[in-house]
Design a protein around this ligand. Structure first.
Ligand SMILES: [Zn+2]
Length: 82
């Protein structure tokens, strides 16, 4: 549906985020803004929990890597010293 831009009076889509002619936000931009903020909030929490899970999952990996490095050095260093 086309609506009239309240700034430049051009015909713009009511689904447009902003007027393509003058860049004015539609009168219901407050509603759109709150949706965007909610989305950002949810994305932030998703990323936050992903980082927590990644940090927890990284602990065994670090232990395995450390153990493997120690074992590898223990196996290789006698050959290097002789
Ligand atoms: Zn406009």
């Amino acid at each position: 549906m086309l609506i009239e831009c309240y700034e430049c009076k051009a015909k713009i889509s009511d689904t447009a985020a902003a007027c393509p002619h003058c860049g004015a936000l539609p009168p219901d931009s407050d509603k759109s803004l709150s949706v965007v903020v909610t989305d950002l909030d949810m994305n932030f929490m998703t990323i936050f929990w992903f980082m927590i899970k990644a940090a927890v999952a990284a602990v065994p990996a670090v232990i395995i890597l450390y153990t493997a490095t120690v074992v590898f050095q223990g196996v290789v260093s006698p050959f290097l010293n002789h």
